[in-house]
Design a protein around this ligand. Structure first.
Ligand code: GLU
Length: 289
């Protein structure tokens, strides 16, 4: 099992990506994140990739993906190579899941959302309930026809991987602590993968050297680092940027009524000028960690 701290393949050209989920329209927070990733790569003569994370078949819409392309072009952003759609790469993720099954580090989970919420009620302040481990260790034989997801046995996985670190531009060398995330889902009930597994597999498959994304995904990086180690994948460098907030400190991405980029674009606003304002922070309420 690998115990390295994730040496970055420095011979690769700097490669970043923007990886939106086409489940709705992009807002200023997305624009800011896309710009950060784009500019990071361009400033270093590197590549900027676009990946559509459309594994949620019930919520993803092709028209949202089309709108994303138009929004990014309007902001003056260009990307390298063809757009990658995760929905077309399910075989890759299934193979990665098989690897975890072979290592005996995942288990089927039959719990419903309601059951998990009820069982996690003791931790009401957790942003997402940490799975309490109900299905870990149950005998699932004879039940596999019932809807189930696959969860990683985080304690066993962390023990198998040994101590790991990852590098964040701001935080420096971070000790990997995936345990706090609980037994996260690696394959959903309705899809052969999950965000964590697909993003990890794709960042490596696409040669991403630098993951530039919002600090709201900082905790997810602990999980991704562990999955990389167990799959024998290289660890990119991470750049978790602050999130855009309004004057009241509320996140623009979440704020009710925050205008969609498409609305501004169709209203005749100059996208490149908006991109420049986001770059300099002028005319934007606040950027806070
Ligand atoms: N699809 C994720 C999102 O829209 C992107 C996560 C990532 O950049 O790793 O939040």
């Amino acid at each position: 099992m690998t115990h390295d701290s994730g040496s970055t393949p420095s011979r690769l050209p700097v490669t970043t990506r923007f990886a939106p989920s086409p489940t709705g329209r992009l807002h200023l927070g997305h624009a800011y994140s896309a710009l950060r990733a784009h500019d990071f790569a361009r400033a270093r003569g590197g590549r900027f990739l676009l990946r559509i994370e459309d594994i949620d078949r019930t919520r993803s819409r092709a028209e949202h993906a089309e709108t994303i392309f138009a929004d990014l072009q309007w902001l003056g952003l260009t990307w390298n190579g063809p757009v990658v759609f995760q929905s077309r790469r399910l075989g890759l993720y299934a193979a990665a899941l098989d690897r975890f099954k072979a290592l005996d580090l995942v288990y089927p989970c039959f719990c419903t959302r309601t059951e998990i919420a009820a069982a996690s009620a003791s931790a009401p302040h957790a942003p997402e309930p940490v799975y309490p481990g109900t299905c870990r260790g149950i005998d699932a034989r004879g039940r596999m026809a019932a809807p189930h997801c696959w969860r990683i046995d985080m304690a066993a996985a962390a023990a198998a991987a040994g101590p790991l670190t990852w590098h964040d531009e701001t935080a420096g060398e971070v000790a990997c602590d995936a345990l706090r995330q609980g037994d996260v889902v690696l394959a959903r009930k309705d899809a052969a993968t999950s965000y964590h597994l697909a993003a990890t597999v794709d960042d490596a498959a696409q040669g991403v050297t630098d993951v530039v994304r919002g600090v709201d995904l900082f905790a997810a990086t602990h999980v991704h680092r562990l999955l990389q180690a167990l799959l024998g994948l290289p660890a990119p460098r991470y750049h978790h940027h602050p999130l855009l907030t309004d004057a009241n400190g509320e996140r623009l991405a979440k704020r009710h009524g925050s205008p969609a980029l498409a609305t501004m674009r169709k209203g005749g606003e100059d996208g490149r000028a908006l991109a420049d304002r986001l770059r300099t922070g002028i005319g934007i309420d606040a950027v806070t960690p």
